[in-house]
Design a protein around this ligand. Structure first.
Ligand SMILES: Cc1cc2nc3c(=O)[nH]c(=O)nc-3n(C[C@H](O)[C@H](O)[C@H](O)COP(=O)(O)OP(=O)(O)OC[C@H]3O[C@@H](n4cnc5c(N)ncnc54)[C@H](O)[C@@H]3O)c2cc1C
Length: 321
């Protein structure tokens, strides 16, 4: 049994319990979401004690060096003194618009807080109330958009997505924190081919990444495969067609898996179609976003097709429930 001291409050962590489970069991309302190390909402900083290596493995080296780790995947092997991560400070922002993008899908625009810098493709935590937050990816681009833009799909009985769809409105004040995530474009090799595969609102970060690559003058091919069951699940088609006609290096392939494809769509799941078109991904940089099962499988198949693990960037839209 190890002692966890959380900003001055000491609690005991039982065997096989994670630090996050211990905090919540003891009534400490520490923000969290996915509980499996992918969203980073619960990140804390260790002030004293040694943290098991795997608890900080998903974080950037710069964060690891400062003692940050993820309590949701940390079973302690030492007494720990920890505090909430300073970069998770909550910022109040005004909602500047909530507009429909299609069936069960809205675009949320938020005032960008002063000094808030981010890379397109990163995500933020959006708080419904003191205890309840969810991650949403940034589809906006800091040089081209004044606001932060999110794409939110309504999930059946979803506590936060339902609230966003039904109640959130222009002028509301909400809290966000972040940005988080390291799935974004880096302009180190502008000729490298880019493969982007997304399902549903997995398009949000990919849209940001594509515009960032083009903004930086990326000259290599950029291929986007966006998939949904049917055409109603696809969106931003016109904007993406427009980009395709402006930039000859960009190709957009919308895919439908459970509908007759017709002339506008490719038939099948986005991952399958992408790999049929590009069975060899050696030397490619790959971005994967959306459904967690798709992301897991795509990571494996992209690697088997020759992509290097260090060139595969992924955001699985894990659901906390
Ligand atoms: C890194 C990251 C980025 C993301 N980016 C986006 C994005 O850009 N856009 C987007 O739309 N989403 C995104 N998500 C997903 C988002 O964070 C939320 O998980 C999603 O909006 C659902 O939240 P919710 O509160 O509406 O649903 P929840 O209330 O969390 O419920 C989710 C689902 O589980 C069901 N459920 C709830 N409780 C139970 C239970 N006890 N047993 C069984 N089922 C239950 C609900 O009916 C619902 O269908 C992202 C997630 C991650 C991790």
């Amino acid at each position: 049994m190890y002692e966890i001291n959380y900003s001055g409050r000491a609690v005991s962590c039982t065997e096989n319990e994670t630090v996050l489970e211990c905090l919540l069991r003891n009534g400490i309302e520490h923000p969290h979401s996915c509980r499996n190390g992918s969203c980073q909402t619960c990140m804390v900083q260790a002030v004293a004690g040694s943290v098991p290596q795997q608890a900080s493995a998903p974080l950037k080296p710069s964060l690891r060096e400062q003692g940050y780790f993820l309590p949701c995947i940390c079973q302690p092997q030492d007494n720990l003194e920890i505090r909430p991560a300073a970069i998770m400070e909550r910022l109040q922002v005004a909602v500047t618009g909530v507009e429909s993008l299609g069936q069960d899908l809205v675009q949320v625009k938020l005032q960008r807080p002063e000094g808030f810098s981010y890379r397109p493709g990163q995500f933020i935590n959006l708080f419904r109330d003191e205890k309840t937050s969810r991650c949403y990816s940034l589809a906006s681009h800091p040089h081209h958009d004044d606001e932060l833009v999110l794409h939110v799909r309504r999930l059946p009985d979803g506590r936060v997505s339902g609230w966003i769809h039904d109640e959130l409105t222009h002028g509301d004040k909400i809290e966000v924190s972040g940005p988080l995530g390291d799935s974004f474009y880096v302009a180190d090799d502008q000729q490298q081919p880019l493969m982007l595969i997304g399902t549903g609102t997995g398009l949000a970060p990919l849209y940001g990444i594509i515009r960032d690559a083009l903004h930086h003058g990326h000259t290599g091919p950029i291929h986007l495969y966006h998939g949904a069951r049917d055409a109603a699940g696809l969106y931003l088609g016109e904007e993406l067609q427009q980009l395709q006609s402006e930039y000859k290096q960009f190709r957009y392939v919308p895919c439908v898996s459970r509908q007759e494809p017709g002339e506008r769509y490719a038939a099948g799941r986005a991952l399958d179609v992408a790999l049929q078109h590009h069975p060899q991904l050696k030397g490619w940089r790959v971005f994967l976003c959306g459904n967690p099962d798709m992301v897991k499988l795509a990571r494996k198949r992209a690697f088997m097709a020759g992509a290097s693990m260090r060139d595969i960037y992924a955001d699985a839209f894990t659901i906390s429930a």
